[in-house]
Design a protein. Structure first.
Length: 347
């Protein structure tokens, strides 16, 4: 394993979602350059996308790479949920000649980036000041629904990795009960991700059409957003309002579960495009609408992440930690009754 000395630069960083892959080179600690966004559909495999990126930026030699990916990770084999890519991490590493190839969940990477995001790339949506030494929660709709968190640990932070986007959706009023019935009839289990995602935005609009007895238009998420934000389409506007309300309820649940008094962060690719509308939407009211715990949640700040490439600093931090030299374990020099030391006995 490399010691991470300066000659190991540049390092390749990636943030792979269900639709697009963002790659960059870290040329020195914290210096991230040559960022490109590639469409996943253009490439048969992750390896092909990486090769094309390296060719485009003219990188002749990269030894160490790390990639945040929108997928659960359990061993060497990866089959992406919202993309056609299926691959072996080790085989990809060997094929590209990397000494190191690390993969981590994309929202774990984004969580690791939270303390590194500039204040100018955050928009606060309600709440007070963050409590120091308290957990930070992260949730964000994109191709799917990402969920993660940072918890204080040994003078620093530890990221939590899970699949919180697949928790069960609970409707809060009659309109949402109708949505739940519509979606449940088609898919069975209704997760938060089923509605709080790009495809979920379109599904939510179709459900409202059905509830109103109207033709179920198959609008792309971008069309629903554009029509809703313009105010020209009342049902698209309602879709956005319900979407933001559902996200508020889910974010409030996460804040309560984690005790996230350090703040709740909203990432993903959808909500930043709703900036301006989102701040005035039902999000914050629903975030705080937790009965006896409403006052507790009213103090917690929510931050909308507006960074163009927010996960990459977290990926870089993960790779740097992996490559950092480790101090050798201390040797126990206590003399034992039979002579020698603990280190000798375990040699």
């Amino acid at each position: 394993m490399s010691t991470g000395l300066p000659e190991a630069w540049p390092r390749l960083l990636g943030d792979v979602g269900g639709s697009n892959a963002r790659f960059a080179l870290e040329t020195a600690p914290g210096v991230i350059e040559d960022i490109l966004t590639l469409s996943n559909d253009r490439y048969p495999t992750l390896e092909d996308a990486l090769r094309d990126y390296l060719a485009q930026v003219g990188a002749r030699r990269v030894a160490h790479a790390a990639i945040g990916i929108a997928n659960p990770l359990n061993g060497d084999q990866v089959a992406m949920t919202n993309c056609h890519w299926t691959f072996s991490i080790e085989a990809t590493r060997r094929a590209l000649g990397f000494s190191t190839l690390l993969l981590l969940n994309d929202f774990t990477a984004l969580a690791l980036a939270l303390p590194r995001l500039p204040r100018r790339e955050l928009v606060q949506v309600g709440g007070g000041a963050p409590r120091p030494d308290s957990p930070l929660a992260l949730i964000g709709p994109g191709t799917g629904l990402g969920v993660s968190a940072l918890v204080p640990h040994a003078g620093g932070w530890r990221a939590l990795s899970g699949e919180g986007g697949h928790t069960s959706f609970a409707p809060a009023d009659e309109r949402e009960i109708g949505v739940w019935r519509y979606v449940s009839a088609r898919f069975g289990h209704v997760s938060h991700e089923r509605l709080l995602s790009g495809s979920g935005l379109s599904l939510l609009h179709r459900a409202l059409c059905a509830l109103d007895g109207a033709a179920e238009l198959d609008l792309a998420p971008s069309e629903v957003s554009a029509r809703g934000l313009s105010g020209a389409d009342a049902r698209c506007r309602e879709t956005l309002e319900i979407f933001c309300g559902l996200l508020g309820s889910a974010a409030g649940n996460l804040a309560l579960t984690l005790g996230a008094r350090g703040g709740v962060y909203i990432g993903g690719g959808i909500v930043p495009r709703l900036s301006g509308f989102f701040e005035q939407s039902p999000f914050r009211r629903r975030f705080e609408d937790k009965g006896r715990m409403s006052a507790y949640l009213a103090d917690i700040p929510v931050y909308l992440i507006t960074s163009a490439y927010p996960a990459l600093p977290g990926v870089a931090a993960h790779l740097a930690d992996h490559l950092a030299p480790r101090d050798p374990a201390p040797v126990d020099t206590t003399t034992h009754p039979r002579g020698g030391t603990a280190g000798d006995m375990h040699a």
